[in-house]
Design a protein around this ligand. Structure first.
Ligand code: GLN
Length: 465
């Protein structure tokens, strides 16, 4: 009923599995009535969630918001989806996104334009805009998104909700329709830190059989205990005052991010205020440097599009989804399927990626991007030498107006400069609301942690919230 009431305007959903969701709820009701202990122990029992449409759902259409996958119905659940179901969550629908997760506003979707629930004239962000909008409009308690270069964090920031991009490998990519395999991460979007942490706990874990990169050198902590620790410290302040749960935490304020060209003054001010709030909770704040932010952004796009051009080669009209009919030859069918099936943004990116990998250019583009990516390791090591957590805005501006992404063209790629470093380095990062601008649009602040250190992010964000 809520989807029917809210989604006419917001348009976050590509499909709603209402009957299946009600049936799942009835099964849970019956098990609960029978006192079934295994059911009662499930951590997300009965909670309604939405899933980004690039994650395979058994028996339910999965399009990645592309015409080329129209009619594709997977025979299996993505590992993250299966784990959500096993934890008791009920999947109520598949949500909109940029086509193949390529974009920042969800406007490259081949199917519909999703609006920002906080202001319908603005974009919800992207590429997981449907996930953020579904949560922000109150139709689900949480959603799965994916983040290759910011696609969980930036829509969470623009819609005023919480998003976590886990460490690369924390969550299995099995059943995720690939964009750039060395960068793709599955993670949660929710209205608050505790809910996002609970969703992450449910989907995390190694998956040796299906995704060799899904690993767990350091398991996630019991987030419930972490949050209770923060609550206890908050309540236990001297003289009955508010305690300092972040005592000892070193937060590095990324100085270039507050002065970079294109950062809205209100966004920079809100990030600084968030750092002050963490200081009041006991954290020690110091300026740190993450140089070469604009170069990272360029390296990200060369890297991501190169991988995308290889990943998207599999869409040939034979194995999945739509196929151009009545072509004179197999080759003509392949060419027409790909021309008609991919949208303009995706075609542009396949061409750019193919170019940067081609003989004669690969050294100038792909190899140099790889070198910049490798250098980032040193930059982060230096920044983390004096900090446990890094802080900067999630995005340089609040939500674009609808239409801005297309109007800006490739210039909009530069607005990913704060989210791509954690992606290139595989580090966990969390976005949480930290205020609004003069127009009332939400501002998000980003916390970046060391590899496998999601605990520090959740602890700091929960204390702040
Ligand atoms: N906006 C970035 C891009 O288009 C990030 C997208 C993503 O994380 N999927 O590549």
């Amino acid at each position: 009923d809520r989807i029917a009431a809210a989604d006419g305007k917001v348009a976050a959903y590509l499909s709603v599995q209402g009957e299946a969701a009600l049936e799942a709820a009835r099964v849970i009701d019956n098990a609960v009535a029978a006192g079934d202990a295994a059911t009662l122990a499930k951590p997300l029992l009965g909670l309604p969630v939405a899933v980004k449409d690039n994650l395979c759902t058994q028996g339910v259409p999965t399009t990645a918001a592309s015409k080329i996958l129209e009619g594709y119905v997977p025979s299996y659940d993505a590992t993250a989806v299966r784990k959500l179901r096993e934890a008791g969550a009920i999947i109520v629908g598949k949500v909109n996104m940029d086509e193949f997760a390529m974009g920042s506003t969800t406007e490259t979707s081949a199917y519909k334009v999703t609006r920002n629930p906080r202001n319908l004239g603005h974009a919800p962000g992207g590429s997981s805009g449907g996930s953020a909008a579904a949560v922000a409009s109150g139709t689900v308690l949480g959603a799965l998104g994916t983040d290759t270069g910011g696609s969980i964090r930036q829509p969470a920031a623009w819609c005023g909700v919480v998003g976590i991009k886990p460490t690369y490998g924390r969550v299995s990519r099995s059943g995720l329709i690939a964009y750039a395999s060395s960068l793709d991460c599955v993670g949660p979007i929710a209205t608050c830190v505790a809910d996002a942490a609970a969703l992450l706990a449910a989907i995390a874990g190694p998956d040796a059989a299906s995704d060799a990169t899904a690993a767990e050198p350091a398991p996630l902590p019991d987030f419930g205990a972490v949050l209770r620790g923060v609550d206890a410290a908050l309540e236990g302040g001297a003289g009955g005052g508010r305690g300092r749960p972040l005592e000892g935490l070193r937060v590095g304020l990324i100085s270039e991010a507050l002065t970079a060209g294109g950062v809205a003054p209100e966004v920079a001010a809100a990030a600084r205020a968030a750092a002050d709030a963490l200081a009041a909770l006991g954290a020690r704040i110091a300026d740190v440097s993450l140089p070469r932010l604009p170069q990272q952004c360029a390296a990200y796009y060369v890297n991501a599009l190169s991988e995308a051009s290889a990943n998207l080669a599999r869409f040939d009209g034979v194995r999945y989804g739509a196929r151009a009919r009545d072509a004179a030859s197999a080759r003509a069918s392949l060419l027409r399927t790909r021309h008609d099936g991919f949208g303009a943004e995706v075609r542009q990116r396949i061409l750019l990626g193919t170019f940067s990998l081609s003989a004669g250019y690969a050294d100038a583009y792909y190899a140099r991007a790889q070198a910049v990516r490798a250098g980032l390791r040193t930059d982060f090591a230096r920044a983390f030498a004096g900090a446990d957590v890094l802080l900067c805005p999630t995005a340089p501006t609040t939500a674009y107006r609808l239409g801005d992404f297309e109007a800006k063209g490739v210039a909009s790629y530069a607005d990913d400069l704060f989210t791509v470093p954690a992606s290139l380095a595989g580090l966990p990062a969390l976005s949480l609301p930290c205020g609004v601008d003069a127009a009332g649009l939400p501002i998000g602040v980003q916390l970046i942690g060391g590899a496998w250190q999601e605990e520090a992010l959740v602890r700091a964000a929960y204390a702040y919230e």
